[in-house]
Design a protein around this ligand. Structure first.
Ligand code: SF4
Ligand code: SF4
Length: 133
């Protein structure tokens, strides 16, 4: 078991892909998604994105992200915020946030103490400089 598996292992329940909005995509996310889909940016924009002013998000279909279908169907081209979820750095400084995220994400070790969770997450960040789940 690696360090990440001690604190988190995605069970692909899809709860984080459900809702009325999705994360927003920065320019690098948009570029990666266009490349992953192998379409023109115009086609991707039309088919998959919801654009509100400068904010680009993925469309919601039937109450979930357009790319969710028993798991993420654009895994290699997913936005960085999806890749980071649920290991948001604020978890290290806000125990209430940890409790809220833990309650909504069954992939987080439900038995681990907050202190132990932070110790392991911090050691992963120190070793890798970032966290991708
Ligand atoms: S990150 Fe958590 S909420 Fe999202 S699919 Fe994995 S286990 Fe479910
Ligand atoms: S891009 Fe993938 S991980 Fe992100 S919300 Fe959509 S289906 Fe979920």
């Amino acid at each position: 078991m690696d360090e990440m598996q001690k604190i988190f292992e995605c069970v692909r329940c899809g709860y984080c892909c459900i809702g009325k909005t999705t994360v927003s995509l920065d320019e690098e996310d948009q570029r990666r998604m266009v490349e992953a889909l192998g379409l023109s940016e115009e086609e991707v924009r039309k088919k998959y994105w919801r654009v509100t002013g400068n904010i680009v998000q993925m469309k919601i279909v039937a109450g979930h992200c357009i790319f969710f279908n028993n798991g993420c169907t654009i895994y290699a081209g997913r936005p960085w915020r999806c890749g980071q979820w649920p290991m948001h750095p604020s978890l290290l400084t806000d125990e209430n946030n940890f409790k809220t995220i833990k309650a909504s994400c069954p992939g987080i070790n439900q038995q681990i103490s907050y202190e132990e969770f932070c110790r392991i997450l911090q050691s992963i960040i120190d070793a890798q400089g970032t966290v991708l789940c």
